[in-house]
Every structure is written in C-alpha cells, then in structure tokens.
Design a protein around this ligand. Sequence first.
Ligand SMILES: [Fe+2]
Ligand SMILES: [Fe+2]
Length: 175
Amino acid sequence: MAPFPEALNEQVAREFAASQQYVAIAVHYDAETLPGLAAHFYRQAVEERNHAMMIVQYLLDADAPVVIPGVEAPRTDFPDAIAPVRLALDQERQVTEQISALVRLARDEGDLVGEQFLHWFLEEQREEVSSMSALLATVERAAGNMLLVEDYLARRGGSGEEAVSQAPPAAGGAL
Ligand SMILES: [Fe+2]
Ligand SMILES: [Fe+2]
C-alpha cells in the first residue's frame, strides 16, 4: 500500500479506538449516575465512529485498499472524576497531531485531493480541542462536585460544539 493510503488506514484504527475510549468514559460516568457527562461522551463516541467511516468512504472513492482494523483496548479505570476528561483532552490533542502529520504526508506526495479531504478534520480538531478544554476547565472548577458539572451541561444544552463546515460523507451514512 502506498504511504498515504496506509497512513489513512492507520487513522481509521485510531478513530475507532477513540470511539471505544469515549464509550468506556460514557459507561464509567453512567455507572456513577452522571447522565449529562455520560450523554456527552456517548455522543462523542458516535462522532469518532463517523470520522472513521468518513475516511473509509474516502479510501473507497480513491480506489485505495481499506482494511477494517482491530482496535486497541480503551482505558476503563479512572482514579477520580476528572481523569476521564483529562484523558479525552489528551486524546484530542494527539489526534490533532496525527491529522497534521497526515496533511504533511499528503502534501509531500503531491496528493492535493487527499490534502483537501483532511481540511475538514483540521477544523473539527480545532473545535474538539476547544470544547474538551472548556469541559476540563468546568470539571476542574467544580473540584469534585460533579453535580455542578451536570448542572452546567444541562443549562448549556446541545453538544456545546459550534458547527464546523459540511462534513465529508461517511461510508454507509453518518449516524
Ligand atoms: Fe475524530
Ligand atoms: Fe475527536
């Protein structure tokens, strides 16, 4: 497989792994009876799954090989209520680095169509790092009183995310 399609296949695995990690965080909060936090992370899990399927659709369109990957196991044990959000923000920052590396690879290979496809992901990462930073700030300020965080999420409503531009199509349709 050429380097760029191969790297995109690896990103499919990382997006699915991110999805699994968010399911694990959502279930952790759900078990603690924190439904607002649980709902937030269940929704993030679906978004990450959609990111994976957008890359799958791109590979299909580009007539490149697609290998649906096994996925690294998520972390499921957390020392305190803040740790999952901190992990989530770290994960989003890592994904931003990964997408940036993919953009550089596409550019080095002169694959402008591939590079253009990734621009939406850069925009999405800016938004996700920003909204996860805001959630971490809120959780830290609540200093262990997670009901304050639940209250904040309920008042805020929605996903707390600003709209980014039109997402690329996902294989089988976005959920
Ligand atoms: Fe993602
Ligand atoms: Fe994300």
